[in-house]
Design a protein around this ligand. Structure first.
Ligand SMILES: Cc1cc2nc3c(=O)[nH]c(=O)nc-3n(C[C@H](O)[C@H](O)[C@H](O)COP(=O)(O)OP(=O)(O)OC[C@H]3O[C@@H](n4cnc5c(N)ncnc54)[C@H](O)[C@@H]3O)c2cc1C
Length: 497
């Protein structure tokens, strides 16, 4: 009989990080992954020699001493990850109403640049950046400070709205939209996105921004190596189809080949609704299940992955955001009946060249409803109508891209596309949602998911616990593991690494 201390379902970032932390603590860990490739959103794929990321395009706060760097030191990643710093003068460029605005790296540069664009708005710019710093400095886990109890839900910042705060900083509509321009990084909605979410993410990237060179898959591979070196196991092509109960106690998981794998504790790195669907037990009351099932998820996306002609298009060491609408909150103005209204575009970093780009990715919103009619199909077998639908969407998006990059098509050798169905089938997020459960400042408690569940030996991790993204998931995995080891104990270990 296969028996472990801990079984982790899913090898996304959260599952792998928990695997490393708990194997380092001496637990006998087994991570089960349904796909042949590890990593969930860290997965990369190769087309015509070009490496494409699927869901981790850039990371922040990775300068020595900054928060992600401090966490990753503990995970043994620093010095091994191949990353490239984005342009300090403009790591993100926002094309708003035909003019380009650069997000410069580091607060001093950021403020100087914004004042250059908006000389009359100094006060609002300072008020805005002070708040980002205040929020990021006050949240203990974002500074690796020890705490007595973790109760984020009591934090003062969760009921404030990002858009409300931005509008209170300045009445200049253009500046308001420039401050809000990275909202695709959290699939933001002006009436819902909490200020803390906006502040943590913008602060994270303003502090410093980086790209993986040759893809984010390297992070999954390094974490896999650490789990195995610490005595743990990572098994791919092993889909968990059921959590098994004996005498009202969770004792094992059942794989799609019928195999039973036993453990004392279980951690699920997949969406809580999917997790609980696999638990046939009275331990989960109907109201609890209903609450989890009714949590709205963030939007999904459509992406074009372009293979570029050799030495034809310059490598851009920044990301490019474009919207045709006055409001940059594109998830809010999105409608399946309207043409594409904006995108994020970038050229992934490759070790082949720092001068020419070998590929390009362009991403825009797409709702599940646009692809729902193909929901019962599987990868590569969705039929001709679906292929035509993707082609039309891609051409629309390329037309829009050519407004900022004239003749872009002449640099493209070939392209591939993905839809919400692709995300659903590769990462098992509900309806291909980008970042899982949506955070809502009007109803913060109902979008809060703690790592503890009503099943005493089942814990949750991943982007639905705490926050999505590389830092959100890292902190979430600390909270999950802390349920077994104690929080301050782990914080001390990370600080002393
Ligand atoms: C398009 C896109 C762009 C993004 N860009 C960025 C970015 O630039 N920077 C950033 O920081 N973050 C970004 N993110 C967010 C970030 O990638 C995610 O928040 C994070 O990687 C999610 O990790 P996770 O642990 O929740 O697991 P996931 O990545 O969701 O992985 C879950 C894993 O569980 C596996 N699984 C599912 N069901 C089962 C089962 N029944 N049995 C076994 N295994 C199963 C899946 O195959 C998958 O491997 C982006 C996300 C997307 C989608």
């Amino acid at each position: 009989m296969n028996q472990y201390d801990i079984v982790i379902v899913g090898s996304g970032l959260g599952g792998l990080l928990c695997g490393v932390m708990l194997s380092k603590e001496g637990y006998n860990v087994c991570i089960l992954e349904k796909n042949h490739q590890l990593g969930g959103c860290l997965q990369t794929f190769v087309r015509e020699g070009c490496i494409f990321d699927t869901g981790m395009h850039y990371i922040g706060s990775y300068e020595q001493g900054q928060i992600l760097h401090r966490y990753f030191k503990y995970f043994g990643l620093n010095g091994k990850l191949n990353v490239r710093k984005l342009d300090e003068g403009g790591f993100d460029i926002i094309n708003y109403q035909g003019k380009e605005y650069k997000y410069a790296m580091g607060y001093e540069r950021f403020i100087t640049k914004m004042i250059e664009y908006f000389p009359d708005e100094r006060e609002g710019i300072i008020k805005y950046t002070d708040k980002l710093k205040e929020i990021s400095n006050n949240l203990n886990l974002y500074n690796l400070k020890e705490i007595d109890t973790y109760n984020f839900i009591e934090s003062a910042y969760i009921t404030d709205s990002a858009w409300g705060f931005i509008r209170a900083c300045t009445s200049n509509v253009t500046l308001q939209n420039i401050f809000a321009a990275l909202n695709a990084l959290y699939a933001g909605l002006p009436g819902k996105t909490p200020l803390y979410l906006h502040a943590l993410i913008n602060n994270f990237f303003i502090e410093s921004s980086w790209r993986f060179v040759d893809g984010s898959g390297q992070l999954a591979r390094l974490l896999d190596e650490s789990v195995e070196n610490a005595g743990g196991k990572v098994i791919t092509r092993s889909e968990v189809v059921k959590f098994g109960f004996e005498n009202d106690k969770l004792t094992h998981v059942v794989l799609n080949n019928g195999e039973h794998i036993y453990a004392k504790y279980f951690i699920s790195d997949i969406h809580p609704a999917r997790t609980f669907e696999m638990c046939e037990t009275n331990l989960l009351r109907k109201v609890y299940r209903n609450r989890i099932n009714s949590m709205p998820d963030t939007m999904s996306v459509f992406s074009i992955y372009c293979v570029l002609k050799e030495n034809s298009f310059p490598y851009m060491n920044y990301n490019y955001y474009f919207s045709t609408t006055e409001s940059v909150w594109l998830a809010d103005v999105y409608s399946p009946d309207k043409p594409v209204q904006g995108y994020m575009l970038f050229t992934p970093a490759s070790s082949k060249s720092g001068i020419w780009a070998d590929c390009m990715t362009i991403i825009c919103y797409m709702s599940w409803d646009e692809v729902k009619k193909w929901e019962h199909t599987t990868i590569e077998k969705r039929g001709e109508e679906y292929r035509d639908f993707k082609k039309r969407k891609a051409e629309q998006l390329l037309n829009l891209a050519e407004q900022c990059f004239p003749n872009l098509r002449s640099h493209i050798k070939s392209y591939y596309t993905s839809t919400p169905l692709t995300y659903r089938d590769y990462t098992a997020t509900r309806n291909g949602s980008l970042y899982g459960v949506m955070k809502d400042c009007n109803d913060p408690i109902s979008s809060y998911i703690p790592p503890k569940t009503k099943i005493s030996n089942l814990f949750l991790t991943g982007q639905n616990v705490n926050l999505h993204g590389i830092l959100g998931v890292t902190i979430g995995s600390l909270l999950t593991c802390a349920e077994l080891t104690g929080l301050n104990y782990l914080i001390r270990k990370i600080n002393n690494a």
